[in-house]
Design a protein around this ligand. Structure first.
Ligand code: ADE
Length: 235
């Protein structure tokens, strides 16, 4: 029997290792984890604390609310972790997570993800350890763990062998810069609404045209920002 190494290795540094794999242990990602298509290692940042009380945080310099993750403790946790792919820090201050960043990460060997709690991490460790800050949206979570789960879910489903049919990835939202077209299934007539006739016509060209038109119309109406990026000058 031949052994196939996972195509993607994720290491997560967190103060709450119990949060993993969480939803990543179920459904598509969970099955892929079981099949060894990807691997996940969760490490407790607290294990890198050196004092008697296993202190990981301290008061912010200059005053202010909350606590800050200590640079020495976090750096020790990072240095002890495998170095596969980029080092990410989940943070509302970061680069927005987009499908193109998801694809970029999925094409690599893996990543290290730092999940912060409290007010954040000491700024110096971000620069010194080359952490790339990534945000999953303009809202503040109580910690980076749910954001890391979101990022890994999005990456893992794109790994070879995870999604049943490749086409289901090609036509979905954001692939090609557009939102997804509507979907229908039987019964053909439900609560007075029929499935659009073209979808039942068997005319594959007409169906493809309909899907593209719906994708464009939806994107234009709901996400002018995406539409403008897709069709510069045509808004
Ligand atoms: N941690 C707290 N809020 C976050 C967000 N919006 N994205 C990523 N990490 C976070």
């Amino acid at each position: 029997m031949s052994f196939k190494a996972p195509s993607f290795h994720a290491t997560v540094l967190t103060l709450f290792p119990e949060m993993f794999p969480g939803p990543l242990g179920l459904s598509l990602a969970g099955r892929a984890l079981e099949q060894g298509i990807w691997s996940l290692e969760t490490r407790d940042i607290r294990a890198s604390a050196t004092d008697r009380h296993r202190t990981v945080d301290d008061h912010p310099a200059g005053g202010g609310a909350g606590m800050v993750l200590k640079p020495d403790v976090l750096a020790a946790a990072i240095d002890a972790a495998p170095s596969e792919g980029p080092r990410l820090l989940m943070s509302p201050r970061g680069q927005p997570l987009t499908q193109s960043l998801v694809r970029e990460l999925g094409a690599g060997p893996g990543c290290l993800i730092v999940c912060a709690r409290f007010e954040g991490v000491d700024e110096r460790v971000i620069g010194k350890r080359g952490l790339r800050e990534v945000s999953i949206g303009d809202y503040v979570l109580s910690g980076g763990e749910p954001a890391a789960i979101v990022l890994l879910d999005a990456v893992v489903r794109l790994l070879p062998g995870v999604m049943g049919s490749k086409a289901s990835g090609d036509e979905e939202s954001f692939e090609g810069g557009l939102l997804e077209h509507p979907h229908y299934t039987k019964p053909n007539l439900w609560e007075g609404i029929e499935i659009p006739g073209v979808l039942l016509s068997g005319d594959h060209k007409a169906i493809a045209r309909w899907k593209q038109e719906r994708r464009e119309a939806l994107t234009r109406a709901r996400r002018p920002d995406l539409w403008q990026a897709h069709m510069p000058g045509k808004i």
